[in-house]
Ligand binder design. Structure first.
Ligand SMILES: [Zn+2]
Ligand SMILES: [Zn+2]
Length: 163
């Protein structure tokens, strides 16, 4: 389940919100992100690593990134995961078929990643504004995000759960 915060800037009135975690749309997000990796949208290195690692996986959780310059954004963590034991993963069932029959891992939830996978390569995110390396932030920081328009620090107007 995901968690979100809604904001309304007390200075300029801009409304903005942030959503973190896993939602109902996660399998779709997973599939799309894998497609984009395979298309090379995140670079040749990511495409090659993903394709050369049998049953490679990603984590479809949405995370918050913050930069020293004050910019922030949310997105899927593109860190790549590899199976501890590819033969064991091959026999896991997704719907009617096993991973071998699918030919790839259709979806990875956090439990699957924790129990059967390890990090193959971490992905760092670059800030569009200053080029600096963005830091992965926790939920605590999601409750004090500055206005994306004027930079005013704000407190959330409300929180919501999404699923
Ligand atoms: Zn503002
Ligand atoms: Zn920056």
């Amino acid at each position: 389940m995901g968690l979100g915060y809604q904001y309304r800037c007390k200075k300029c009135g801009r409304r903005y919100s942030v959503f973190l975690g896993i939602g109902m749309g996660a399998p779709g997000v997973y599939e799309n992100t894998v497609k984009e990796i395979r298309e090379g949208r995140y670079g040749e290195e990511w495409k090659t690593l993903f394709e050369q690692t049998p049953y490679a996986a990603i984590n479809p959780e949405k995370v918050l990134y913050v930069c020293a310059c004050g910019r922030w954004e949310t997105g899927v963590d593109l860190t790549l995961y590899a199976p501890n034991d590819p033969d064991a993963v091959a026999e896991m069932k997704y719907g009617e078929k096993t991973v071998t029959e699918w030919g790839y891992l259709p979806y990875a939830d956090s439990r699957t990643l924790r129990e059967h996978y390890h990090v193959l390569k971490r992905r760092y995110r670059r800030c569009d504004a200053c080029g600096g390396r963005m830091r992965r932030a926790g939920r605590q920081e999601a409750q004090s995000l500055p206005c994306p328009k004027c930079g005013e620090p704000n407190a959330p107007a409300g929180d919501m759960l999404w699923d």
